[in-house]
Write a protein that binds this ligand. Structure first.
Ligand code: SAH
Length: 391
């Protein structure tokens, strides 16, 4: 097997559990290299570091799959996926969950979402893409799924020299499926929905609004399929208005509200949240609870400041719409804005809005997306509820 020998200075990071090896961390490669192949990795002092898949076209030249001398074959992927499933079950995620969360499940660049009997897969690196047949086989043998779909229509694949693509990995099936979350029903559009079709990472956080929305007038911006808003109505909100820039999202949100018999309480509008929140602030509109769940404002380190400005602006506008003693429910889904920076940004927004805030809860993504300390990109979602009072 081809051997990849690391430079001396990077050993501690890799030894501490991080699976990525950058091109400039490699001293030399001994043997033939074909993109996607499994290679043996050694520290600079000659000690074995494990086995990785390699892609000379990528900045991340290799990602470790195992630290052990085990064989990387179909059975390896079966074992890893089964372990990931056992972990989810232990934590109580049975119907829907992120079954595999890449690095956090020792399967770098692999994402699998489970929506009851349906599975959506993303293989985001060449080395993982090669094992797609083994991954599908493992899912078939563990779950006997009703359907498996590939949502590899993501730009990050191009960094690996892979095409963007989507399609069936099982016999074709109706890709508009129905899931139950916290006792509510939601349509999931596996083929055309955002990312894998549905944001499972907020599934626990949606429960966190239960008490604060009772009897409340609620405004939710960046609603997508209306999940937070429909939860609010279910938990007893008096009225709920959800906003999304996409007409398609609003149509889905309306369908989901009707599916739960909450269409009289929930209304949705296709508008730009930045514009209307500003205008409604000027108009003096007021809500008891404002919920914000914007898309990642940045995917690159260079734009962190721009993202922070975006978060501050939208939260400032949101806070101005909150009645004295109401609540702000706010999220950020980019790992580049760290939790402390996010809290500082909300603090700055409150000061500018001349509001006093009191933290109710501060959470990350749901536990089916485990966080590994030292693997930065696994800690990405911030979910904050604050009480907002006038100064
Ligand atoms: N809250 C949702 C996820 C939101 S994803 C959930 O729990 O599932 C972010 C959403 O913001 C997307 O649906 C996107 O269409 C919408 N969006 C992006 N920019 C927007 C803008 N300027 N105004 C309103 N919505 C916007």
């Amino acid at each position: 097997m081809t051997r990849l020998i690391l430079k001396k200075q990077i050993a501690p990071r890799i030894a501490n559990g991080h699976p990525w090896i950058y091109g400039n961390e490699v001293a030399r490669v001994e043997g033939p290299v074909e993109g996607g192949d499994i290679v043996e990795v050694f520290y600079g002092d000659g000690k074995p570091a494990g086995q990785a898949y390699i892609n000379p076209k990528s900045q991340i030249i290799a990602r470790l799959l195992t630290r052990k001398p085990e064989k990387i074959d179909e059975d390896f992927f079966h074992r890893r996926i089964l372990q990931a499933w056992q972990y989810r079950q232990k934590l109580g995620y049975i119907e829907n969950c992120r079954l595999v969360f890449g690095e956090a499940d020792l399967l770098p660049a692999l994402v699998i979402d489970k929506f009851n009997d349906y599975f959506v897969i993303q293989t985001l690196s060449l080395g993982m893409d090669r094992w797609k047949p083994a991954i599908v086989k493992a899912l078939e043998s563990i779950f006997s799924p009703k359907g498996i779909y590939e949502r590899n229509d993501v730009p990050v694949r191009e960094l690996e020299g892979l095409p963007q693509q989507k399609g069936f990995l099982s016999a074709p099936f109706d890709t508009n499926i129905l899931i139950t979350e916290n006792g509510l029903k939601f349509n999931v559009d596996i083929e055309n929905g955002q990312k894998t079709g549905y944001f499972l990472d907020q599934q626990d956080n949606r429960r966190a609004i239960q008490h604060i929305v009772k009897g409340a007038e609620v405004l939710g911006a960046f609603t997508y399929t209306g999940t937070f808003e429909i939860h609010a109505a279910h938990y007893g909100a008096r009225s709920v208005l959800g906003l999304d820039i996409s007409e398609n999202a609003v149509a889905q949100a309306n369908r989901n509200a009707a599916l739960n018999g909450l269409e009289k309480i929930c209304h949705f509008e296709a508008v730009n949240a930045f514009d209307v929140l500003k205008q409604w602030g000027k108009d003096g509109r007021q809500y008891d609870v404002v919920m914000l769940d914007p898309p990642a404002f940045t995917k690159s380190r260079e734009n962190i400041q721009k993202a922070v400005t975006g978060y501050k602006e939208i939260n400032l506008r949101g806070m101005k719409l909150i009645r004295n003693g109401g609540f702000l429910v706010t999220s950020s889904c980019t790992n580049l804005v760290h939790p402390e920076l996010f809290l500082q940004t909300i603090d700055a927004a409150a000061k500018d809005a001349k509001k006093r805030i009191r933290q109710v809860t501060f959470q990350a993504q749901s536990a089916d997306h485990p966080i590994i300390w030292g693997i930065e990109n696994t800690n990405y979602l911030k979910f904050l509820i604050v009480e907002v009072t006038d100064k």
